[in-house]
Design a binder for this molecule. Structure first.
Ligand SMILES: C[S@@+](CC[C@H](N)C(=O)[O-])C[C@H]1O[C@@H](n2cnc3c(N)ncnc32)[C@H](O)[C@@H]1O
Length: 229
């Protein structure tokens, strides 16, 4: 059976996982990433977890169909509830809302440890997720914008630590590492952030502090656009 392609979004996540990593994929659904990681030989041990019955049945069926039951452990649990600290090197939490990802991490602040790398891909509320990370002792080591199926996604590589950019409101909108990416995906991501800032600005009084902050963020992103896009 020929191995499936992950698609650009999950391929980018897989690209951040070094050979030999021990991975837990939280909210695995079809277990595509865990199966791909072991079938390609990138990893020898992956845990695929999900909170819900149907995804867990789907994950179990797929793991058996691909003959990887020995290497992919499927467990049903909420967030990190069923995951033993120290039992993995990389945790993937992809395809969920940013607030759900924040809630999963808030319940497992022990993940702020140099032993772990977290790969996060919020479907929504990326700004609130970054604010959560900065405010709770996580550092955004890398962030990559990726185009997949006509949409732009963002993938954050996070670890425990104090982010040097945590106090600058620009970096809640778009992280400093993402602003070092100079391609179409980054340009589209920043354009979307600028549209959202412009919408917010319309509802603010021109002499308010919030208006001035929004204007300043827009100006900085316009400068980025002019320089790199
Ligand atoms: C849209 S799927 C994403 C599948 C895969 N991670 C991906 O990115 O393609 C989201 C999955 O997250 C699971 N999920 C939602 N909240 C969760 C939680 N708190 N803990 C574990 N799984 C959760 C859902 O049941 C669902 O299967």
């Amino acid at each position: 059976m020929r191995l499936f392609s992950l698609g650009a979004r999950l391929e980018t996540v897989a690209g951040l996982i070094p050979p030999g990593a021990i991975v837990v994929d939280i909210g695995t659904d079809h277990a595509r990433l865990p199966i791909w990681l072991v079938k390609t030989g990138r990893c020898t041990r992956v845990t695929a977890s999900d909170i819900a019955d149907i995804p867990i049945s789907r994950a179990r069926e797929n793991v058996t169909r691909w003959g990887v039951d020995e290497m992919v452990q499927v467990i049903q649990c909420a967030g990190f509830d069923g995951i033993q600290p120290g039992s993995f090197t990389h945790a993937v939490i992809c395809g969920m809302g940013g607030d759900t990802i924040s809630a999963i991490l808030a319940a497992a602040l022990w993940t702020r440890d140099a032993r772990y790398t977290l790969l996060l891909q919020p479907e929504t509320a990326a700004r609130r997720l970054r604010e959560f990370l900065y405010g709770h002792g996580y550092v955004i080591r890398n962030e990559i914008a990726v185009l997949d199926g006509g949409r732009v996604y963002t993938i954050l590589e996070v670890a425990g630590g104090l982010d040097p950019h945590r106090d600058d409101p620009l970096y809640a909108r778009v992280s400093a590492p993402l602003l070092t990416q100079h391609d179409e995906a980054a340009r589209q991501y920043v354009a979307r952030v600028m549209q959202s800032l412009a919408r917010e600005q319309k509802g603010l009084a021109p002499d308010s502090a919030a208006y001035k902050e929004t204007a300043s963020l827009l100006l900085r992103l316009q400068e980025w656009e002019a320089q790199y896009a």
